[in-house]
Design a protein around this ligand. Structure first.
Ligand SMILES: *Cc1c(COP(=O)(O)O)cnc(C)c1O
Length: 233
């Protein structure tokens, strides 16, 4: 099996190539290594290969892993469904919440966070009933409400698109998210930034980069397939 170090080099190479093809500077895209279900030793291997930005999707898991790593230089983004009773802990553990998917969750962050928390607003561009996030037509109204909350630093948009075998199938959704971000930026809502677009996973991150992604969330192409059983430290 290929090593994490080898995989990281491969993914970085693909990111560089995609940036070149898209005429974008290579530092305009950040790689979020999604380490969910993987043990701390995998994160340490990635850090040794100079990867410092990670994604986790469960607070219960992150609360065990992040303190154990004790890496002040590492940053963690939350990318999963966030239960309201875990918000206080999440804002302490994570540097960004990429999955702000409801006004109720935003209100809880507003109540519980001691500091202004960087967030991305999750948009269900694929209109999948089982997926969370705001629908495109709800986004403007939502941003107007969210902009009033001083414990939220709105940095951009994120989407969890449907899984497909062919990455090209994702392209229209990525384009839709990028267009939405452009539209929202033109509204110039005070306190709302639209600099970050988190989209693209292992199968389609190069396509997401062509469509403007600034954060790509990659798990299996770096760490191998997910571990099915619940994480055990
Ligand atoms: C697991 C996960 C990813 C990455 O998945 P891969 O396809 O394995 O790269 C991206 N985003 C979120 C929210 C995830 O949970």
């Amino acid at each position: 099996m290929a090593s994490i170090t080898h995989n990281l080099h491969q993914v970085r190479h693909q990111i560089r190539e995609a940036c070149e093809r898209a005429g974008r500077p290579v530092d305009s895209v950040r790689l979020l290594a999604v380490s969910k279900t993987k043990p701390v030793s995998c994160i340490q291997e990635a850090v040794a290969a100079d990867q410092w930005l990670f994604g986790e999707n469960r607070v219960q898991e992150a609360r065990l892993k992040i303190p154990q790593l004790a890496l002040p230089k590492a940053a963690f983004h939350f990318v999963g469904p966030l239960q309201r009773n875990k918000v206080k802990e999440a804002v302490a553990l994570f540097q960004m919440i990429e999955s702000l998917d409801s006004l109720e969750l935003a209100e809880e962050i507003q109540r519980r966070s001691p500091k202004a928390m960087p967030v991305l607003v999750q948009v269900n561009v694929g209109r999948e009933p089982q997926k969370r996030g705001f629908l495109p037509e709800q986004l403007r109204e939502a941003l107007l409400v969210l902009a009033e909350m001083d414990k939220l630093q709105i940095k951009g948009l994120m989407t969890m698109h449907p899984l497909t075998d062919n990455g090209e199938n994702s392209r229209p959704l990525f384009r839709h998210l990028a267009d939405l971000a452009q539209e929202m930026k033109l509204l110039a809502i005070p306190g709302v930034e639209m600099e970050e677009l988190s989209m693209g996973m292992s199968r389609d991150f190069t396509i997401a980069i062509q469509e403007g992604a600034t954060l790509v969330r990659v798990a299996s192409a770096i760490f191998g397939p997910p571990v099915q059983k619940n994480f055990l430290p």
